[in-house]
Design a binder for this molecule. Structure first.
Ligand code: G6P
Ligand code: MG
Length: 218
């Protein structure tokens, strides 16, 4: 039986995946690295420094910067991203997600957050959802990011639940791979082809309801 839900944040609860993408796109432009939708999608769920590495690699520039310079570039992206986050309000919660969280609470499910973002507490605050997630995996504590299972394993541990009693909720292929490797049930939100490895996929957040999930679990 499912007793808990381990949530990704960006692109699942709110539309920040777009803000991350825009901020990285800007940085790629300034570095002369060609942007593509594929590059942008591949960055979803990937930590800040790993994302920068992927962008540099895409442009054949992985050896062009020192560690100090790379940290500066990542900080520059983060400054731009945070400026956008600070404009957010509860209106930025994706359609249906507040109702879904409320129904999970009302039905006694436990919730934790497994976001790679160091800005997750800030984003939850802006959305006025901090109360829903007293249990957040600290991304700074991770040895490896998604698609490694570590973040989802820790998400279930925070709930004191075995992984098979948890559903992991993701919008990114790297995240779905992490959930599967952690032995949890994977729920993907987005493109069914991109998220083909998930146990269930919903095209849109509005479709993510307990009733629809129960149908899929059979
Ligand atoms: C999430 C997003 C990624 C982002 C990562 C780190 O996983 O999907 O796009 O790069 O968090 O976010 P941060 O806010 O710490 O730079
Ligand atoms: Mg995400």
């Amino acid at each position: 039986d499912i007793k808990g839900f381990v949530f990704d944040l960006d692109g699942v609860i709110t539309d920040t995946s777009i803000l991350h993408g825009t901020a990285w796109h800007q940085l790629a432009d300034s570095l002369g690295v060609a942007w593509s939708e594929e590059l942008g999608n591949g960055l979803k769920g990937i930590s800040r420094m790993d994302s920068l590495e992927m962008i540099l690699k895409a442009g054949g520039k992985e050896n062009d910067y020192t560690e100090t310079e790379k940290k500066k570039l990542a900080a520059q992206k983060n400054t731009n991203y945070v400026a956008e986050v600070d404009k957010m309000t509860p209106a930025n919660i994706l359609p249906g997600m507040k109702d879904f969280l409320d129904s999970l609470r009302a039905n006694g499910y436990q919730l934790s957050l497994a976001s790679a973002s160091k800005n997750a507490p800030r984003v939850l605050g802006k959305l006025q959802l901090a109360d829903y997630f007293p249990k957040i995996v600290d991304p700074a504590s991770l040895k490896k990011g998604k698609p490694d299972p570590e973040i989802y394993t820790k998400g279930a541990e925070l709930l004191n639940l075995p992984p098979e009693q948890c559903i992991g909720v993701e919008d990114a292929a790297a995240g779905v791979a992490a959930i599967n490797a952690a032995g949890e049930v994977s729920l993907g939100i987005g493109d069914a082809t991109e998220l083909g490895a998930a146990n269930m996929v919903f095209a849109d957040t509005i479709l993510v309801t307990l009733a629809n999930i129960e149908k899929q679990l059979g």
